[in-house]
Design a protein around this ligand. Structure first.
Ligand code: FAD
Length: 354
């Protein structure tokens, strides 16, 4: 696949990553954003989409989903490509730039690769990775790795994958309930929902739909915790073994297992890129938000400095100053001046309002 050549990459489309892209756009830095989640908004969308935030400047109350929607709308005129549902896994630098030396003119300093196979070549990176990439929680205690990607799918699956099959959905989350309902309504042979109790961590409307599907027999409920995987002679996964509350073992037969146990953030690859780390955070200075490596900056929950507070408004401030620093890094001979959006026709043209 051909590499995408750009000025900068923002890793993370949480609130701070989105605002970082906006500020870089105002600096006329060409930027792409990548996120592990299939949607933008980071913690705001993944953890509290409907909970109001009361401490955003000038906004009395705004829930996580609305804040994300506003940030995306603000970013829209700058036409920044978002690449969602993929983790930035690899970072390579040109060997001759590793200690801060300049890359030859026109040659990219960094090469990044994602889990979906995209390759970016760029000269600056802003890490806005929060507590790490939000990835599906793996099934604890049971090694399902031989079947992952085939009979065990943590990702979204299309109807042709499950149609006519015996599907087991595992978990008590909203995504487990929605997944079981979607498949039950869409024509799997059988859908079994495995959860440790008959209570689900979901809103009342979804619970009502789920309970009526269970009552009508479209979804079978199996109560218990996974303790093993049962394979056939052909090596195929045949059943999930669960332990019930009264210490019985039970095999739940399946063709396809869809664990939906929620998301957990994993700093993962970023921790292996040789950047200085302090308790899983990236130390930065508070003028440029530069990490230990020239050309790599860090903003939002992922960074640390004396007095750091993990608040959205602090991340927005960091992103603003980091954008000036990135522009200066990319254009070392230029004076990067401050302009107001209220009075600068250059900025207003970029935003499509002049
Ligand atoms: P995040 O929102 O964590 O986003 C980081 C993104 O980076 C994620 O989407 C992740 O998938 C992605 N990512 C990480 N690594 C990779 C990788 N290698 N490849 C691709 N993608 C990657 N703050 C306030 O100011 N006010 C509040 O009222 C408030 N309420 C909160 C309530 C709750 C319940 C929680 C949990 C937090 C709250 N916060 C609040 C904190 C606020 O949500 C965080 O400070 C904010 O989300 C940080 O934004 P971020 O963009 O730095 O990181």
């Amino acid at each position: 696949m051909n590499a995408i050549r750009t000025d900068a990459i923002v890793i993370g489309a949480g609130p701070v990553g989105l605002y970082q892209a906006f500020q870089l756009g105002l600096q006329e830095v060409r930027v792409h954003v990548v996120d592990a989640l299939p949607y933008a908004g980071g913690q705001c969308t993944a953890l509290y989409p409907t909970k109001p935030i009361y401490d955003l400047p000038g906004i009395v109350a705004c829930d996580g989903a609305s804040l994300t929607e506003r940030l995306l709308r603000q970013l829209q005129p700058l036409q920044v490509p978002l690449h969602l549902g993929q983790v930035v896994t690899q970072l390579q630098r040109r060997a001759d730039t590793a200690n801060g030396g300049a890359a030859p003119p026109g040659d990219p300093r960094f090469r990044l690769q994602t889990s979906a196979g995209l390759v970016f070549e760029c000269d600056a990176i802003v890490i806005a990775a929060g507590a790490g990439a939000f990835l599906p929680r793996k099934v604890p205690l049971v090694d399902l790795s031989p079947w992952e990607g085939d009979q065990v799918r943590y990702d979204e699956v299309s109807p042709e994958v499950w149609a006519g099959h015996n599907v087991v959905v595992l978990g008590g989350t909203a995504s487990a309930a929605e997944c079981a309902l979607q498949i039950a309504e869409g024509g799997a042979a059988h859908v079994t929902l495995v959860h440790r109790t008959d209570r689900f961590d979901i809103d009342a409307a979804l619970d009502e739909r789920l309970q009526s599907a269970i009552g009508a027999g479209w979804i079978r409920l199996a109560l218990g915790q996974p303790i093993g995987a049962i394979a056939g002679d052909d090596g195929r996964l045949q059943a999930l073994e669960i332990a019930t509350a009264d210490d019985q073992r039970r095999a739940v037969p399946l063709d396809l297992l869809l664990p939906r146990l929620g998301l957990s953030p994993q700093l993962g690859p970023i921790a292996e890129w040789g950047l200085a780390l302090q308790r899983k955070h990236l130390p930065v200075d508070t003028e440029r938000f530069a990490t230990s490596e020239p050309g790599i900056f860090a903003v939002g929950d992922v960074n640390t400095y004396p007095g750091k507070r993990k608040l959205i408004v602090c991340g927005f401030h960091e992103a603003t100053l980091a954008a000036f620093a990135v522009a200066q890094w990319l254009r070392p001979n230029e004076r990067i001046v401050l302009e107001y959006t209220t009075t600068s026709t250059r900025l207003q043209r970029l935003l499509g309002v002049a």
